[in-house]
Each structure stands twice: as structure tokens, then as C-alpha cells.
Write a protein that binds this ligand. Structure first.
Ligand code: FMN
Length: 388
């Protein structure tokens, strides 16, 4: 089967901002399903607004020569298109709107020149972010994106609308946005009918209604696929952080975290295989064993630290911040699964997993505080409440 091509259109002028982070998560989700993803940073392209020359009415080609030349074929050939934009004055950004307006040439091909292009069954989704929480915040943009998709022959198959994020990186602190984006990207790329391409709300909650047992198990299996993907990414991240070397305690700490991710993945894989073999969710409690607790790894290392510990590098501190964000994303994803869990054993799995993710997060936070401010850290008497 041909590899699915997913095109992500990043409409914000702020690289590394909320839209960018959200789109990256969705593209990662798609990538995890084996799709080939490409991200286009619209603000970096030279795209003129439409000038109404109307040359396109004659031959379907825009008379303006700029970066749209290279983009038209990608818009028509991609199997999935993800449009991501912040809300600027209740609409899409001007950069993205210029790109969309230039698709009038494609509209002319379709509606005036009656041309067609291959691509039935192509899917698209909209990712929007905005600072306010108003109910109508995304209405105008949704209409524009829907009409854009219709013009390029893509079905509007899902959306993720995140309110209340404003400053750069606010979306990292949102309780569910990134896992939801990851899941949306994964669903978009999966294409199985049960996976569907339904609307995704910002809360990640299911949309209610009674589910059949089979449907619930299918959903559980898909959630486990995402969880497995997250665990694999976590392990890779920690092993890479450990392989970079540096402060020995941190290397040991990251190796320990990687081993934990392995343990979680092994249990998730066991359950996944049982569901796939039509055995249902295994009737077994989930607990995770710890050869050494995270606390003892750190205690051992910090015990002899004097008032002048080796200063960690910026890269090490950055790795801690990224690791915390990663643990938080997994926690949010698995917490939502815990709330939706059907059986006691499913609950037990997600309870154990979220417990671990919280523990990792707190251990990382504690270490980060220690590394960035050892004096302040030592002055606190009570350090941990994690492993008890
Ligand atoms: C020019 C401009 C206009 C904006 N207009 C709105 C608006 O109408 N409603 C809103 O909720 N937020 C508005 N915002 C805030 C952005 O949507 C918000 O900061 C968003 O998180 C930025 O996403 P980014 O980090 O991906 O660029 C505006 C921001 C700018 C710079």
C-alpha cells in the first residue's frame, strides 16, 4: 500500500508558538501511523495575495509567479491536509488567507473549466488556537477552511479548537490540547472506518452515548496504539538524553526513566495483543515494579552534593523541561482514557500509568529545581512525597 502523505500547513507567523506545537503533535500522531508528513511554514514563503487578474479563468493557472507554484501540486496530491492557524481578529492569519485566496485558480479549474483531479477520499482537519474563550471564536475560520477544503477536494473531517492560549508555549500547559492533536493526526492517518475522522473537542472527552462492547474495545486498542507510541517516544527521548552524557546522576536518572517507559510499553503491548486476539481486556490488575525507586536514584546522587555542585549545562536543563512537557502530555492523554475506562482492569492500567507519569513529572521537577537552584532546594526540609 502506498505511504499516506500528510501535508501540514502552519499558518502562524510564530515558529515554536502554540499553532506550531499543536500541528507538530498532530503530525507526530500521523507519522506514528506510518504516514509521510511535510510541514509548510506559510510565513516563510513568498505568497502574494490574489490580485484578481483572473488569468485562471482561461487556463486554471494563476498569473502570479511565486511559492504557490510549488504548493499547488502538493495541495492536490496530499492524502491528508492539516490546516493550523491562530485566530487573528476572529479569522485566519493574513499569510494563510493569502494562500487560500490563491486557490481561486483551483476553484476556476473545477467550476469554470470543469477539470477534475484524482484524490477522492482525501481528508482534512483544522487546528485553531485563540486567546479568548468566546463561543464564536472559530466560526469564521471554520467556514473559510471548510470552503478551502471543498475547493481543493478534501473532506473536512475533524477539528481541534483550543481556546484560552495566548503567550508562546501556553498550549504546553493546556490540559489536553497536545494529546488531542496527536490523536487527531493519528486518526486522520489511520483511515480505518472505525477510527473515523470525527470532530475532536478541546477537552478530549468522548461525545457521550452508549457504546457497544466491541466499539469500546476498538477504541481501547486505538488508545493503546497511541499510548505505545508515546511510551516509545519517551524511551527514545530519555535514552538520547542519557547518551549525550554529562552529569553522571542525570545520565543514570534518564536511563532509569527509559527503563520505566519500557515497562509501561510491555504491559500496554500485552493488553493490546490480547484485544487484537479477541480475548478482550485481560482480567489482571496492573502494577509497575521498581527495582530502585526514582527517589533512591536521586538520593544516592544528591546525598554527597556539597554547596557547590557541578553546574548543569543549558542543554541538560532544557532536556528536563522537555521531559516534563512530555510526561505531562502522556499524563493528560492517559487521564482522559482513565475517565473513559470501561472495566476495573482497564481502570487499573490507566490508574497505574497515570501514577507513574505523575511520579516521573514530580521527580523531574524536583531535580530541575535542585539543578537550577541547589541552595533553595536544600533549604527545604521535605523533599518528596512520591514513592511512598
Ligand atoms: C494580530 C493578532 C490578532 C489576534 N486576534 C485575536 C482574536 O481575535 N481573538 C483571540 O482570541 N485571540 C487573538 N489573538 C491572539 C492569538 O490568537 C493567540 O496569541 C495565539 O495563541 C497565537 O498563536 P501562535 O503562538 O501560534 O502564533 C490575536 C493575536 C494577534 C497577534
Amino acid at each position: 500500500m502506498a505511504v499516506l502523505r500528510v501535508l501540514g500547513i502552519m499558518g502562524s507567523p510564530r515558529p515554536g508558538g502554540n499553532t506550531d506545537l499543536l500541528l507538530d503533535a498532530a503530525l507526530k500522531g500521523a507519522e506514528g501511523q506510518g504516514a509521510r508528513v511535510e510541514k509548510v511554514m506559510v510565513d516563510r514563503l513568498n505568497i502574494s495575495p490574489c490580485r484578481e487578474h483572473y488569468g485562471c479563468l482561461d487556463d486554471g493557472l494563476c498569473v502570479i509567479r511565486d511559492d504557490m507554484d510549488a504548493l499547488y501540486p502538493r495541495l492536490l496530491e496530499s492524502d491528508c491536509v492539516l490546516v493550523a492557524s491562530p485566530i487573528f481578529f476572529y479569522g485566519l492569519t493574513a499569510q494563510l488567507k493569502a494562500l487560500i485566496d490563491r486557490c481561486q485558480a483551483l476553484w476556476a479549474r473545477k467550476h469554470v473549466l470543469k477539470q477534475s483531479w484524482p484524490g477522492a477520499g482525501r481528508k482534512g482537519a483544522f487546528l485553531g488556537v485563540g486567546a479568548s474563550t468566546g463561543g464564536q471564536l472559530f466560526d469564521g475560520s471554520i467556514t473559510t477552511v471548510r470552503y478551502f477544503f471543498k475547493t481543493i477536494g478534501v473532506e473536512y473531517s475533524g477539528e481541534l479548537l483550543v481556546r484560552g492560549v495566548d503567550r508562546q508555549g501556553d498550549v504546553l500547559r493546556h490540559p489536553s490540547a497536545l494529546p488531542d492533536a496527536f490523536e487527531l493526526g493519528a486518526r486522520l492517518a489511520r483511515r480505518d472506518p472505525a477510527g473515523g475522522l470525527t470532530e475532536t473537542g478541546p477537552t478530549g472527552q468522548s461525545r457521550g452515548g452508549k457504546e457497544s462492547m466491541t466499539h469500546h474495545l476498538e477504541k481501547s486498542a486505538r488508545a493503546l496504539e497511541t499510548a505505545l507510541q508515546m511510551e516509545a517516544e519517551g524511551k527514545k527521548f530519555y535514552l538520547e538524553a542519557a547518551a549525550r552524557g554529562g552529569t553522571p546522576v542525570l545520565v543514570k536518572f534518564f536511563q532509569r526513566l527509559a527503563a520505566d517507559e519500557d515497562q509501561h510499553a510491555a504491559r500496554a503491548r500485552e493488553i493490546y495483543d490480547a484485544i487484537k486476539a479477541s480475548q478482550g481486556w485481560p482480567e489482571k490488575e496492573t502494577t509497575f515494579k521498581h527495582a530502585t525507586t526514582l527517589k533512591s536514584v536521586l538520593d544516592e546522587a544528591f546525598e554527597d552534593m556539597d554547596a557547590d555542585p557541578a553546574k548543569p549545562s543549558e542543554a541538560e536543563l532544557e532536556a528536563f523541561k522537555n521531559a516534563m512537557a512530555m510526561e505531562d502530555r502522556s499524563y493528560t492523554f492517559d487521564k482522559a482514557r482513565l475517565e473513559e475506562a470501561g472495566s476495573t482492569h482497564e481502570k487499573s492500567f490507566y490508574k497505574a500509568l497515570t501514577g507513574e507519569e505523575r511520579m516521573h513529572y514530580l521527580a523531574l521537577l524536583d531535580s530541575y529545581e535542585y539543578l537550577s537552584n541547589p541552595q533553595g532546594w536544600f533549604s527545604r526540609t521535605e523533599r518528596w512525597g512520591l514513592d511512598g
